[in-house]
Design a binder for this molecule. Structure first.
Ligand code: C6P
Length: 428
């Protein structure tokens, strides 16, 4: 990234946000870090705008995983031999990197799981079963991903907890006043997204947490969409739990993190049993290790954890503020250009938004939009985005969603817009 030049499109971004710190953001150099981006699909340059579903991987992540397998791979925490020691060191170093990425106080607060979905289920079925009882209230929002709805419903069916839903307004802003009214001594847990995957709304999560704590409730933040787009500081937020998946922060699939305050994690029973999470086993009784190991039974995703560590290093080195500024410029430009297209309606115009433009068109179903623009090389997601209650709120069955990552360019926004004009031409 040294000697970086300012591409014309990024000069516009820098000016529009009035922030010189991104003047050195050389998006073309960033793109060269991602081997997959150079390809064509259907004879057109790939325009990858499906980053909210999963992001592409830089060479440093791919290399770190290949190097692990080619030079020192072995199982972790078990062997006395050299390779096992090297693998264990690299695995635990990845945990340290993830802890640093979100400013956790200790690496012991970092539980490696398969992803955000598993993390939320762990909180529901370990914390929830142990500490929530019939009549206790769990507050979620109207814009949650199914991963932060269904586990609470499963727990409700088992324990009799009550789920309350904080509404959003027509622009997709969380209705804070109603949230305050819903909080009561019965509220034991608030489980809320940091950034909506279907609208891009940035929830004022620090205030949400402050208010929940004042009411005596704990807070789980679903940070799946925040991880790639903003600097996360779990201590500043005072989050009790925070989770996200590696594959959205430019790391591999199959791994993610549940952060939990150490005393809370250590007060929770294991959710799965097996090897590695135990202290001592007899046929009569088993005692467990402290966190994080009590929640990591069996052989973990070793290679993936190492790749995850390389990914968060990559993002951190590029600079989260600079990434956020770059992506914000792209989102603002896309919003402006797409608003000019007759018949396009953007769903979600919250005051604070990140990296996502969800939209519908008068003339075309979201699936048709996705299919037609794919032929122009433009990849977006079309569907309900695993947020069916949110779709119902906006009275649509699906939207098309363009989501931007750190390697996208204004030229790619132009390609998206041109492809949408093509949809209009074909479908009226
Ligand atoms: N959203 C999307 O296209 P997993 O699948 O466990 O890595 O993440 C689940 C999840 C939880 N919360 C939020 C806010 C999310 O956005 C996601 C994943 C993807 O929007 C795939 S459905």
């Amino acid at each position: 990234m040294s000697g970086a030049t300012l591409a014309p499109q990024d000069a516009a971004v820098a000016t529009s946000i009035g922030d010189n710190s991104i003047a050195s953001y050389d998006v073309e150099a960033v793109r060269r870090d991602f081997p997959i981006l150079g390809q064509e699909v259907y004879g057109k340059p790939l325009v990858y705008l499906d980053n909210a579903a999963s992001a592409q991987k830089p060479a440093v992540v791919i290399d770190s995983m290949r190097e692990t397998m080619e030079t020192y791979y072995s199982n972790v925490h078990r062997g006395l031999h050299r390779l096992s020691q090297l693998s264990t060191d690299a695995f635990e170093a990845a945990r340290d990197k993830v802890a640093g990425f979100i400013n956790a106080e200790s690496s012991d607060e970092i539980v490696f799981l398969r992803g955000a979905t598993e993390a939320i289920n762990l909180v529901a079925f370990s914390y929830g079963r142990a500490f929530l009882k019939a009549g206790d209230e769990v507050l979620i929002s109207e814009m949650e991903h199914h991963a932060n709805i269904v586990p609470w419903q499963l727990l409700r069916d088992e324990t009799g907890i009550v789920i309350k839903v904080v509404p959003i307004d027509d622009d997709g802003n969380l209705m804070l006043e109603t949230y305050k009214e819903l909080l009561s001594p019965k509220t034991k847990l608030v489980a809320m997204t940091h950034i909506s995957n279907a609208l891009g709304t940035i929830v004022p999560i620090k205030e949400v947490i402050r208010l929940a704590h004042a009411a005596g409730a704990k807070v789980l933040v679903d940070g799946c969409q925040a991880g790639p787009h903003m600097k996360i500081d779990v201590r500043d937020l005072d989050a009790d739990f925070y989770c996200f998946s590696s594959h959205k922060v430019y790391g591999p699939t199959g791994i993610g993190v549940l952060y939990g305050k150490l005393d809370i994690l250590n007060s929770m029973p294991p959710h799965h049993g097996g090897g590695e999470m135990i202290d001592r086993v007899t046929f009569e009784k088993t005692t467990y290790k402290e966190a994080p190991h009590r929640f990591e039974p069996g052989t973990p995703a070793i290679i993936e954890a190492i790749g995850f560590g390389a990914a968060v290093d990559y993002v951190k080195n590029l600079g989260q503020e600079r990434i956020a500024a770059h992506e914000h410029g792209l989102m603002a430009y896309a919003t402006e250009r797409m608003s000019e297209i007759e018949g396009v309606r953007i769903i979600g115009q919250a005051q604070e938004k990140a990296s996502i433009v969800s939209f519908v068109m008068d003339s075309a179903h979201a699936h048709d939009i996705g299919t037609i623009i794919d032929r122009a090389g433009v990849a977006v997601r079309a569907g309900h985005h695993c947020a069916q209650p949110l779709m119902a709120r906006f009275e649509v069955s699906a939207t098309a969603r363009a989501s931007f990552g750190l390697y996208n360019t204004r030229a790619e926004v132009d390609a998206l817009v041109a492809a949408l004009y093509k949809v209009k031409e074909l479908l009226g």
